[in-house]
Design a protein. Structure first.
Lengths: 332, 276
């Protein structure tokens, strides 16, 4: 079990409300990602759930029981930290077994669980090593191992991949996703990387300045962003946002169109000049300066033989156009 | 750019370093040499070195005239005891200051250190009277308490500095893993801070061993450590330099040997945190 309910959870440091008041329900077995720019309060929210920070007001329920004032160890949650936070003086085996030792589990059962975790995470050959003798990816796996042996109600991940290099990040991302499919345990994952959020989550919670901007599945957020913040944050490259006369034509204050929803066509209504062309092989990203609209990013599939200074026409896929009102909220 | 080290510069620096080391060590070396001279040779003017008459008689006499093992044992009990007691108090104190600091923690640390600036003579009379009234005068437990209190600010400061180096996330991980406060300190914090705790231990044993003001003032015979043992050789009949030197050498020998073997640890401890 691992259902977590936040009810008006508030956290203030002095006069500053980092989390003004959050309501959120996380269902058992869900993979939930908290995403947002740095300083948006996502890590603080995770730490409140973990019990490493005290709430200023509000209520946290875990599996139907009030856990607001419970110490971290009593909440039945396990956490994986950004810095791995391994015990440097203990072997991998002792690191993984530490929570079991603290729980007073008998040696035989502990041994079995450690061996099982090591097998799942490919750590069997490294059990006698110290964390200092492991690579970054292996250390992260030890940290995950230490979390899974406890068979917690939910896993909390605090930006666990940000210290890894790009290639390793991609493979660890898959490993964590597969782990979730195997264990089927609730996971809450904090990241500032929207690609991680999109690829891993069942449900994404977009946070900004301590408030939830939108909750939904990755594709819901992509197709139907609730407001300008989510529209600009989810999707890579970013959605093009256009104000002024062009937006007025669509009865909106701001309109948004994703780079992949702009077609390059000589007779397109938006005529512009290519500023920069980034050739990635599979895609080409074009920065096109359109008079009256500013610089738009265009994602063209495949290799496109456009260069700096070329004049092109752009045609937006109108059914994919997002419209926003003066308050920044999406218009129906 | 790295500074080039020419052979000439190297030789000059080495000579200078040896020169400074010799100046610093000279009194101790001279004391050890004097302890092997006869009394006449020890006070000869100009000082004798090559032509001096050498003997081990001083050691034999110092040993037979006094109860060296008792003084030695008192020194061990007082220095080790005060340090261990100090550590037992300072580890939790430094833990709270390093990991759950309050608004006034820095002020508290500064205040603790400032007590070290106070001249000890200022509290001589109150301490003396207090010790007499409480029945602590000339007892080992009294000296253990006095020296522990005297060195506590240094112990807390040193441990605080080491603890600050330990990432808070590791302690949080221990908390998530179900470690109660005590287990967190025993299984995670202490092993990680062990090098720091070891150098604090060594340094404070040395400080307590060398302490003379309070150990001489607050003892007469029963609890007197080696500092009092040395003092007892400056007799009213006159100074016997050779015997005094022999007694002093015997008093500092144990700590000198300890210091020699642990110098790496001590230097590391004193510069800990200076360089990441």
């Amino acid at each position: 079990m691992g259902k977590i309910v936040l009810n008006r959870v508030n956290k203030s440091f002095g006069d500053v409300a980092v989390i003004p008041g959050i309501d959120l329900e996380i269902e058992n077995g869900e993979f939930v990602v908290f995403v947002g720019p740095s300083g948006c309060g996502k890590s603080t929210l995770l730490r409140l759930i973990a019990g490493l920070e005290d709430t200023s007001s509000g209520r946290i329920e875990i599996d139907g029981k009030d856990a607001t004032t419970l110490p971290p160890a009593k909440r039945g949650l396990a956490m994986v930290f950004q810095s791995y936070a391994l015990y440097p003086h203990m072997s991998v085996k002792k690191n993984i077994g530490f929570p079991l030792k603290m729980a007073g589990m008998d040696a035989a059962e502990a041994e079995k669980r450690i061996a099982n975790a090591a097998r799942i995470l490919n750590l069997t050959n490294y059990l006698d090593r110290r964390p200092g003798q492991l690579s970054g990816g292996q250390r992260q796996r030890v940290a995950i191992g230490r979390a899974i042996v406890r068979e917690p109600a939910a896993f909390l991940f605090d930006e666990p991949l940000s210290n890894l290099d790009a290639a390793l990040r991609v493979s660890m991302r898959q490993e964590i996703t597969e782990l979730h499919q195997t264990l089927k345990t609730t996971m809450i994952y904090v990241t500032h990387d929207q690609v991680e959020a999109m690829t891993m989550a069942d449900k994404i919670v977009v946070l900004n300045a301590g408030n939830i901007e939108q909750v939904g599945s990755p594709l819901e957020l992509y197709h139907r962003p609730a407001n300008l913040f989510v529209a600009g944050f989810i999707g890579s490259p970013k959605m093009n946002l256009i104000d002024g006369a062009e937006a007025m034509k669509h009865n909106a204050t701001t309109i948004g169109i994703r780079p992949e929803h702009l077609d390059v066509r000589a007779d397109g209504p938006w005529q512009g000049i290519v500023g920069l062309a980034e050739h990635l092989g599979s895609d080409t990203f074009l920065k096109v300066t359109v008079e009256g609209l500013g610089t738009l990013t265009v994602r063209a599939t495949g290799e496109v033989s456009l260069r700096h200074g070329d004049r092109i026409g752009l045609s937006p896929q109108l059914e994919r156009l997002h419209r926003f009102g003066a308050d920044g909220k999406a218009l129906a | 750019m790295a500074r080039a080290v020419t052979p000439r510069r190297m030789i000059l620096t080495t000579i200078a370093a040896w020169g400074v080391a010799l100046v610093i060590a000279f009194p101790v070396i001279w004391m050890i040499l004097t302890s092997f001279k006869t009394e006449a040779s020890a006070v000869a003017s100009p000082p004798e070195l090559i032509g001096a008459s050498w003997t081990v008689e001083n050691y034999v006499e110092v040993w037979s005239r006094s109860d060296y093992p008792r003084f030695f044992w008192n020194s061990v009990v007082i220095s080790v005891g005060s340090t261990l007691l100090g550590l037992a108090i300072a580890i939790p104190a430094a833990w709270s200051m390093a990991f759950v600091p309050g608004k006034k923690t820095k002020d508290l640390l500064m205040w603790m250190l400032s007590t070290k600036m106070m001249p000890a003579v200022g509290v001589l009379i109150p301490m003396y009277l207090l010790f007499q009234r409480l029945g602590l005068f000339d007892t080992k437990i009294g000296l253990v308490l006095a020296l522990m209190l005297m060195n506590l600010p240094i112990i807390v400061w040193m441990l605080y500095t080491y603890f600050k180096e330990i990432p808070g996330e590791i302690l949080e991980a221990a908390r998530m893993d179900g470690a109660a406060l005590w287990n967190e300190i025993v299984y995670v914090l202490t092993p990680m801070a062990l090098p720091g705790i070891a150098s604090t231990l060594l340094l404070n044993i040395i400080l307590a061993w060398n302490e003379a003001f309070w150990t001489i003032t607050l003892t007469t015979t029963k609890a007197a450590p080696l500092s009092a043992f040395i003092a007892s050789f400056s007799a009213p009949q006159g100074l016997f330099y050779a015997k005094l030197s022999a007694a002093s050498t015997m008093a500092i020998a144990p700590i000198l040997i300890l210091g020699w073997f642990s110098q790496k640890q001590l230097v590391r401890g004193l510069t800990f945190g200076a360089v990441k």
